[in-house]
Design a protein around this ligand. Structure first.
Ligand code: GAR
Length: 208
């Protein structure tokens, strides 16, 4: 089976990255992480990458004169790493249309709610769970989707429901949802490695 070359982009603690690393090391995921890129030099994600001898790259728009220069650098890294798939794991920056077009249907994102609800600008991390609690919904969950040019949008690959209890807080919900993210993200990447994902007319299907 093909081993997918992954480049993971992350801004925060990197627990989703860690789950992917652990699943690869346990032989459950046919992939290798060619690099971890973060806009945040102090991110836990970069630290986790270094611990596992994965190239850890701090790449921020602040290092470049123009957004085009940033894109040029990012694209040259992705090319050099022979990237099959770009994995956004808590990456808080929007990728440009140019990058998204060059890697069409090859960039995936995980979101800690059931899209298209509770997504869009400003909807990241704890804010998502605050909105879920505020709306009083009884189920939330995890969505993995292909990234297109609209924030938190693009063909949905996989969703999993998580019940919301009456005593949940945004923090407790975040804690409850996170382990499901860890499980689901590797599962979806493995389906790609097995060639089981088909994208047609803006919808994604899992081939039997
Ligand atoms: C995760 O919950 C991920 O779903 C979320 O950020 C967190 C990152 O955690 N992403 C978004 O909200 C994207 N809109 P991690 O750094 O521990 O993986």
């Amino acid at each position: 089976m093909k081993r997918l070359n992954l480049v993971v982009l992350a801004s925060g603690g990197g627990t989703n990255l860690q789950a992917i690393i652990d699943n690869i090391e346990a032989g459950k995921l046919s992939a290798r992480i060619r690099a971890v890129i973060s806009n945040n030099s102090k991110s836990g994600a970069l630290e986790r990458a270094r611990k596992h001898n994965i190239p850890a790259i701090h790449l921020s728009h602040k290092q470049f004169a123009t957004p085009e220069d940033f894109d040029q650098k990012l694209l040259s890294i992705l090319k050099e790493k022979e990237t099959d798939m770009v994995v956004l794991a808590g990456y808080m920056k929007m990728l440009s249309p140019r990058v998204i077009r060059e890697y069409k249907n090859k960039i995936i994102n995980i979101h800690p709610a059931l899209l298209p609800s509770f997504g869009g600008k400003g909807m990241y991390g704890l804010h998502v769970h605050e909105a879920v609690i505020g709306a009083g919904v009884k189920v939330t969950g995890v969505t993995v989707h292909i990234v297109d040019e609209v924030y938190d949008h693009g063909p949905i690959l996989y969703q999993k429901c998580v019940p919301v209890s009456s005593d949940d807080t945004p923090e407790s919900l975040q804690k409850k949802v996170l382990p499901h993210e860890h499980e689901v993200y590797s599962k979806v990447i493995q389906l790609f490695a097995e060639g089981k994902i088909e994208i047609k007319d803006n919808r994604a299907f899992i081939k039997e």
